[in-house]
Design a protein around this ligand. Structure first.
Ligand SMILES: NC(=O)c1ccc[n+]([C@@H]2O[C@H](COP(=O)([O-])OP(=O)(O)OC[C@H]3O[C@@H](n4cnc5c(N)ncnc54)[C@H](O)[C@@H]3O)[C@@H](O)[C@H]2O)c1
Length: 347
């Protein structure tokens, strides 16, 4: 049996990544696409041999044969479209961030629950080979006690008139909301720990749109470890490293380039001896060093396949609304921390 999908918003990430990934999943079938830009939707229909095309979500949702929808529209459209899809009893894979605010995301989650439909969120970087490997190493205690973490995700995003992502009321926030949310989610996912406190600085250094072009966040994890998130729209893509680093008393995992739309990047695992005494010379020779490689799987096929499997077998979805809301609450706390110049404690 296959899960029959409709796609709401089939430009942008849907066209570039998720639809090409979806058609590779053998438990999924794409039966309809919809976009307010009908010409674009027709182009997608033609390219991927999709039976139905629409320019209204109501028409797509009226198709009985659709079991699930993937929603990849601008953030300000999410709430209304999720509500309509849930009312039509479709399961929903919703792109990040879920809503413009935590309150909106909570409303979305509660409505889906009340309608008895599954809701998953597109934080697909969890499926990255190197991220899964880092999580396994941490869970297995191989890095000892985690003491410090860092994640950086950036892109070059110059001013473009009329673009929703540069408009506060349409995007909800800037680099942190759009890119930093992946970093926060990955640090929670890999460490298996919650965040207790958030401090942040952010602003617009290069680009003067309404939302921040860079944000740096410091978080205290539940075991006391400090974690750093850097999100930026102002670092040229070829200059970026998009690193993720986890340091523990038993060693470290440092990944470079793994925060991406592809399963790429390289990692180094170093195993250390925490029982050693103080070394006044501070030798940093890495004697126990292992190179970690990505496996180049399709992250979007993995995301779609895992969601389809959850619906078809009536099991929990891989990336839950609760997880996405926790990440968004940290984003929102960081905005408050930056605005008030105060550290924000998470309940
Ligand atoms: N997980 C990822 O890898 C990833 C990457 C990029 C974007 N995203 C998320 O995906 C969502 C879309 O981002 P994007 O970069 O694709 O945006 P985009 O602007 O490139 O594309 C959005 C598409 O939605 C269409 N659209 C606009 N209003 C619509 C409506 N009311 N109904 C239907 N279609 C409508 C537009 O015509 C366009 O084709 C956002 O939530 C974003 O954060 C996720």
């Amino acid at each position: 049996m296959k899960l029959k999908w409709g796609v709401i918003g089939c430009g942008g990430i849907a066209y570039r990544r998720t639809i090409p990934g979806m058609v590779l999943d053998n438990q999924s079938e794409l039966v309809a696409v919809m976009d307010t830009n009908l010409a674009l939707a027709e182009q997608v229909q033609k390219e991927f041999h999709v039976p139905h095309v629409f320019d209204s979500e109501d028409a797509l949702l009226a198709l009985d044969e659709i079991d699930a929808v993937y929603i990849a529209t601008p953030v300000f459209c999410h709430k209304e479209q999720v509500m309509k899809a849930a009312a039509a009893k479709k399961h929903i894979l919703l792109e990040k961030p879920m809503g413009l605010t935590v309150a909106e995301s909570e409303e979305i989650a509660a409505f889906c629950k009340a309608q008895g439909v599954k809701l998953g969120v597109g934080l697909m970087m969890r499926f990255g080979t190197l991220h899964e490997k880092a999580r396994t190493l941490v869970a297995g205690g191989e890095l000892g006690e985690i003491v410090s973490m860092r994640a950086q995700f950036t892109c070059w995003y110059p001013e473009m008139p009329g673009v929703w992502r540069q408009n506060k009321t349409q995007a909800g926030g800037g680099a942190l909301m759009d890119m930093g949310i992946h970093c926060i989610d990955l640090l929670r996912y890999i460490s298996g720990m919650e965040v207790t406190d958030v401090a942040a600085l952010m602003g617009n250094q290069i680009f003067k749109y309404e939302v921040e072009d860079a944000a740096s966040v410091v978080m205290r994890m539940e075991n006391g470890a400090l974690a750093y998130v850097d999100a930026a729209f102002n670092i040229p893509d070829d200059a970026a490293t998009c690193k993720l680093e986890i340091y523990g008393t038993g060693g470290s995992v440092v990944l470079e380039g793994s925060l991406a739309q592809e399963d790429v990047g390289e990692g180094v695992l170093v195993r250390s001896d925490a029982t050693k005494g103080y070394d006044a010379q501070q030798h940093r020779t890495k004697t126990n060093r292992e190179v970690l490689q990505a496996a180049t799987k399709n992250l979007y096929t993995a995301e779609i396949a895992a969601f389809a499997q959850a619906v078809l077998t009536d099991t929990p979805v891989p990336v839950t609304a609760e997880d996405a809301i926790r990440a968004q609450r940290i984003v929102e706390s960081a905005y408050r921390a930056a605005e008030t110049r105060q550290t924000v404690a998470l309940a």
